[in-house]
Design a binder for this molecule. Structure first.
Ligand code: ADP
Length: 273
């Protein structure tokens, strides 16, 4: 088949015979290409803030005494801090990804406490939106997921953060946490934001893939959020569904199967008897 790569070796065997060994190296080559692309991407992502940083540092160092006002200095420092924070976010996300890839998912997971996770994200969301969006929450409080709280927390946080980032002021974000007909549960985050053209959808969870690089950067995105989310989803035997209408909005859903979902009855007051 034309899409497979074979490595063929001819080994002398006896006096007049040869052994032909063919190995299918398609997968090995694909992994190698992915690894090379990834290293190139990381270097590129870090180089941009570093270039800006060095530029400002040199300007500050070389400016003749009195050439820069105190305000100008502060502005330069702020811009330098911004670039440094940007690199910190990239490195933090890369570490999260590598931890997810190198550790095994827990075999006997406990209830992760979705109620508390969603509550924390809710506070983050209102701080990030700064009151510029309407954010609606429809939550079934008695549902929990068997899994790892820190991982689920980053997945939920990434989806809600993206919904806010990619929705202009005045838009609406709806977060739902509800049982599914199949006995599982679904977390869905819908927005009335910029949406995504269909040709981008299959690639969104690739590391550093962004529809609009400058918009993602400007809003503090690292391009790794959905890659992390996808990993977390797979580790919880769940499915990530993305539906979007360019110019109208998107819905990102995590569907957990029945085996991963538990009912957590509300604590009842203990009767005095
Ligand atoms: P980023 O840090 O750039 O947001 P992500 O991995 O979280 O990286 O998302 C990848 C890309 O998917 C984003 O750059 C953006 O183009 C697109 N995207 C993600 N969520 C949304 C959304 N809710 N609405 C529109 N586009 C989105």
């Amino acid at each position: 088949r034309p899409d497979r790569h074979l490595l063929v070796q001819v080994i002398p065997y006896g006096r007049h015979q040869h052994l032909l060994v063919a190995r299918d190296v398609t997968q090995i080559e694909r992994l190698e290409t992915m690894r090379r692309d990834f290293v190139a991407n990381v270097s590129h992502e870090l180089r941009t803030p570093l270039t800006v940083l060095v530029g400002f540092l040199e300007t500050l160092r070389d400016a003749p005494a009195g050439a820069l006002s105190a305000e100008q200095r502060t502005r330069f420092m702020d811009l330098m801090r911004e670039q440094t924070q940007r690199m910190q976010s990239i490195v933090a996300d890369l570490l999260t990804l590598s931890t997810l890839e190198s550790s095994r998912a827990s075999e006997r997971p406990n209830p992760a406490g979705m109620g508390a996770i969603i509550e924390t994200v809710r506070q983050q969301a209102s701080a990030l939106s700064g009151g510029q969006h309407t954010i609606r929450w429809h939550l079934a409080p008695a549902l929990d997921v068997l899994g790892t709280a820190s991982e689920l927390s980053s997945a939920v946080s990434n989806l809600v953060t993206n919904a806010i980032r990619y929705t202009p002021a005045g838009g609406t974000i709806t977060v739902e946490w509800q049982p599914t007909d199949e006995g599982g549960a679904m977390l869905s985050v819908s927005d009335t934001g910029i949406g995504i053209e269909p040709q981008h959808l299959p690639r969104l969870t690739e590391r550093f893939y962004r529809v609009d690089r400058s918009r993602s950067r400007a809003s503090g995105g690292t391009g790794l959020g959905l890659a992390i989310t996808k990993h977390v989803v797979i580790r919880h035997d769940a499915e990530l569904k993305i539906a979007s209408d360019a110019g109208r909005g998107s819905t990102f859903s995590i569907v957990f199967p029945r085996e991963r979902v538990v009912q957590t009855p509300m604590l009842e007051a203990v009767s005095p008897e």
